[in-house]
Design a protein around this ligand. Structure first.
Ligand SMILES: [Zn+2]
Length: 357
């Protein structure tokens, strides 16, 4: 994996690279999900380890020296990637199998075995770094830990990390990446300097998506469906055929035309259909529709599904604003259940029933 800053991060990155001499030993990189926090952390790490770059210059990694080549393939001895094994598998099987073998010595590389990989950052991953902190750095420069997502650490792992943050070994830089700083221990937050990643403009996102091969005419719709986060938009376009799933289109059209006094919309068939896939695939769609209905009722432009704007407005008029805002918060409150559904069918029925009330 070759890391580099995204176009909307260049100026911000230069600002921080020029402050190299006064960098704290831990930075907490946060901001909206899908806008390139991990890319920023890796771009910083690669630039700071590049051996052709003058320390404190605004230059990025040269991409050609030994250090850059090792960084690009995840082999730099002074750079540690710490992330859940399951995430490592999604980012690249070669690196994943090596990390997985630390956790589970007998793991094979078949697709079914990957399902068992941990989604948590485990305490043994944090503890495994301890001897490394105390050795001299291999290249005589910085030693960098890029850890993400920091909220995937449980309390035990977080406490192990805290120990390292409290007694930083010289030349060590921690780059912690998180979507949710509020889910981290206050003691960890207090030892990091916060760094909020800049958001791209609509134009920057669209031109980046076009460079990634997304059809220009559709890029705007994908971007909206992803809450204006370009990396999430790209991921979404690889996962599904259309920005708005056809079932959501049918549901909203049906609801907009239904007469609430005559029994509303029959949810049974769709609930059975949704229950066939993981709730984490479809619940976010309901959440986005819930936000759009709230915005539409308040007379504002919809955020996620502009193509459904007309039916969303029509549906929104069928109930007061408080109804839609409480629906949106109820849908948000269901998210933790989406990864641990007690009964997929019941859960799909409950969500749909609430959505169609
Ligand atoms: Zn280099």
């Amino acid at each position: 994996m070759v890391a580099g800053f995204l176009p909307w991060q260049a100026q911000f990155a230069q600002h921080w690279l020029q402050r190299q001499a006064s960098l704290p030993h831990a930075l907490l990189i946060h901001g909206l999900s899908g806008t390139g926090k991990r890319e920023f952390a890796l771009g910083m790490a690669h630039a700071l380890l590049c051996e052709r770059r003058a320390p404190g210059s605004p230059d990025f990694a040269c991409g050609e020296c030994d250090a850059c080549r090792w960084s690009a393939v995840g082999n730099h001895p002074d750079l540690m990637h710490v992330r859940p094994a399951a995430l490592a598998a999604r980012e690249g099987a070669a690196i994943a199998s090596e990390e997985a073998s630390v956790d589970e010595p007998n793991v094979d590389e078949s697709p079914t075995s990957k399902k068992k990989l941990s989604e948590d950052l485990r305490v043994d991953q944090i503890r495994a770094l301890e001897p490394w902190y105390h050795r001299a750095t291999h290249r005589g420069g910085l030693r960098i830990v890029v850890l993400y997502p920091a909220e995937a650490m449980n309390a035990i792992a977080a406490n192990a990390l805290l120990k390292a943050l409290e007694e930083p070994s010289p030349e060590t830089l921690f780059l912690l990446v998180t979507d949710a700083p509020d889910r981290l221990l206050a003691t960890i937050l207090s030892r990091c300097q916060r760094l909020t990643i800049p958001m791209p403009t609509e134009g920057q996102s669209l031109s980046w998506l076009a460079q990634q091969g997304l059809e220009q005419g559709q890029a705007g719709e994908w971007l909206a469906a992803a809450g204006h986060a370009p990396l999430r938009a790209l991921a979404l376009s690889l996962q599904q055929a259309t920005p708005c799933p056809p079932w959501a289109n049918d549901l909203m059209t049906g609801l907009a035309k239904s007469d609430p006094h005559r029994g509303g919309f029959a949810v049974g068939g769709l609930a059975d259909e949704l229950a066939k896939s993981a709730a984490i695939q479809w619940l976010p769609v309901f959440q986005r529709l819930g936000v759009d209905l709230t915005l539409a009722r308040a007379g504002l432009p919809v955020r996620y599904y502009p193509k459904l704007s007309a039916v969303t407005r029509q549906r929104a008029q069928q109930a007061p604003l408080t109804h839609w805002s409480s629906l949106a918060s109820w849908l948000n409150s269901q998210l933790p259940l989406a990864t641990h559904p007690l009964n997929a069918k019941l859960f799909a029925h409950a969500c749909l029933q609430r959505f169609c009330d």
